[in-house]
Design a protein. Structure first.
Length: 221
C-alpha cells in the first residue's frame, strides 16, 4: 500500500488491511438444455403466445360456426293485469308462459363466412409461428447468458491466479527492498501490479454476478 501511504502522508512501510472483501458466492447451474426447458416453461412471453394461440383457435371456431344452422331455445313468462294472452280479458293478475325452439340457417352469407374463416385460420397460423419465434429467441438469450456466465467464471480463476502471482512478486520485492536489493521504484511497481491484479479480480467477481443475474432473468426467475 506504498502508493496509498504516500497519498495520505504516512510512512511508506505502514501496513494497511482492508476490513471487507468481495466474496464469490457459490452458484450451481444445470445443463444448458435443462435451463432452456425451464425458461420456456416459466417465461411470460411463452404464456402470452400460448394464450394468443388459444384465442385464435376460438376465433376459427367462431368463424366456422356460421357454416352451420343456428339453434336457439327461448322461454317467456308473463304476469300482468289483465293478461292480454287470456281471453276474455279479466281484471286480475294472471300468469302465462311460452317456450320454443328456433332453427335458422343463412346460406346467403357463406362467401363472407369463407373469408372470415380463412382470415381466422391465417391468424391462427401466425400465432402458432409466434410460439416458435419466441422459443427461438429465448433459446438464444439463455444460451448467450449461459456462455457469458461460464466465461465470467473462468475469468475469475485467471484473475485469482494473477493476484497470487502479484502477491508473491510483492513479497519478494519487499524482501529485496528491506535488504537493499531493490529500489523504492521497484517496490512501487510491484505494489501497482498487485493493486491492478486485485482490481481486475474484483471486476471479474462483479462481472460474474451480473452474468448470473442476466441468466436468472432469462430463465424467468
Amino acid at each position: 500500500m506504498t502508493i496509498l501511504n504516500n497519498v495520505i502522508g504516512i510512512s511508506l512501510n505502514t501496513q494497511i488491511e482492508i476490513a471487507t472483501a468481495v466474496k464469490l458466492n457459490e452458484y450451481k447451474y444445470n445443463d444448458l438444455s435443462k435451463l432452456i426447458d425451464s425458461a420456456i416453461k416459466n417465461r411470460p412471453e411463452i404464456k402470452a403466445a400460448v394464450s394468443r394461440v388459444r384465442a385464435s383457435e376460438s376465433g376459427v371456431t367462431l368463424a366456422k360456426s356460421s357454416w352451420y344452422p343456428q339453434l336457439s331455445l327461448y322461454a317467456n313468462y308473463y304476469y300482468s293485469k289483465p293478461n292480454q294472452r287470456i281471453l276474455p280479458a279479466q281484471n286480475r293478475f294472471d300468469g302465462t308462459w311460452d317456450a320454443g325452439i328456433n332453427l335458422s340457417m343463412n346460406i346467403w352469407d357463406w362467401l363472407t363466412t369463407k373469408h372470415q374463416t380463412d382470415q381466422a385460420e391465417a391468424q391462427l397460423a401466425l400465432a402458432v409461428d409466434g410460439i416458435s419465434i419466441v422459443k427461438d429467441n429465448i433459446t438464444l438469450e439463455v444460451t448467450q447468458n449461459y456462455l457469458n456466465l461460464s466465461q465470467a467464471n473462468k475469468k475469475i480463476d485467471i484473475a485469482k491466479l494473477i493476484v497470487n502471482q502479484a502477491e508473491e512478486n510483492m513479497r519478494v520485492t519487499s524482501q529485496k527492498f528491506r535488504n537493499g536489493l531493490a529500489t523504492s521504484s521497484d517496490l512501487i511497481d510491484a505494489e501497482a501490479a498487485l493493486i491492478s491484479a486485485k482490481t481486475n479480480y474484483t471486476t471479474s467477481l462483479v462481472d460474474f454476478e451480473l452474468s448470473k443475474a442476466k441468466l436468472e432473468k432469462s430463465l424467468g426467475k
